[in-house]
Design a protein around this ligand. Sequence first.
Ligand code: SAH
Length: 361
Amino acid sequence: MSTFSQSYPMSGGDDQHSYIHNSTYQKAAMDGVEEKAKQYILEKFDLLTLNPDLSTFRIADFGCSIGPNTFHAIQNIIDAVKLKHLKESQENSLVSSLEFQVFFNDQSNNDFNTLFRTLPTSFEQEYLSVGVPGSFYGRVLPKNSIHIGTTSCTTHWLSGVPEQVFDKKSPAWNKSYIYCNNLIEEVTKAYKDQYTQDMSLFLKARAEELVPGGLMIMLGLYLPDGVAMYETWPGIVKDTMGDCLQEMAKLGITSHEKIEMFSMPLYFPYFSEVKGVIEENESFTIELMETVRHPLEAAELTNDFMISTYRAVMPTFIEKHFGNGKVDELFNRLAKKFSEHPIDFEKCKKQMIYYVVLKRK
Ligand code: SAH
């Protein structure tokens, strides 16, 4: 059996390796689309139909991690809703005030203390916050309670690794590869099936939590058609991690058996797969479904940036599987390898961002 737990929080606290200081790649993805959400809310979101007596507006971020990106996403939504509320109140000569309540969801072992400790004071005056521990692949909030839900860079984290991937007798055995690099068709299929199942549970839960007319805003990374993970820089980083682990096994720091029982719980879908699972859920209308290039993909990323980005998102499940001290060993080796043979970013295929706004029927 694999030793994976069902949750893999980002690096907590606020030291040099924490997610707080190493999440600009995810933040840039958000920046690339933030105007679209604002525009949609201003032009199309109908607060009055939602509830003419609305006094508490509830927003939830699913997979918020420890900040600061979540604060940014929430602020963006609040600013737009406030503007919209002002406009609708003036047009309908209404005098009403709107209070905001924000639900921050992540796995229970997410570092919620750091999240709330770093909540900007200006935000504290603007909304009331609630921490919501639990997996977003099930219900985490009351039925019919949320007006806008959002999630960014989250659902490529699967609820678990498909079992067949560790089974030597299965055609979906992932050999010594440590993630779904798209080299073995059956492995890709096993991961894809897990993704589809997880995503449909995600949408089912959100459909219950959102009020009719409420919005679900989703941002995530996908692979363009014809591109395999091993051709992208995130793929190259993970394959190189695999090489480093093999070296560590040769030196007796870990073992080949342990590597064979390790595969990352990550799947980056093709756009048609994202679209397919959304369309299958009939509780939403698709208001917006767009793709954009990741703003940082055009820039020359540095090896240091790339390694620290990965170090902030990977440590918990690497440590859980390989044991104490192995994260430092692995990332030191990775840094050495990339300083000797830097990635040629120009040659790498690019992942893209999808941006979706769904409305609860
Ligand atoms: N949305 C933030 C964080 C993205 S990192 C941002 O854009 O910066 C991905 C986050 O999703 C992590 O904090 C991880 O713990 C969370 N996550 C992954 N699977 C989850 C699940 N099943 N339920 C809740 N949170 C999950």
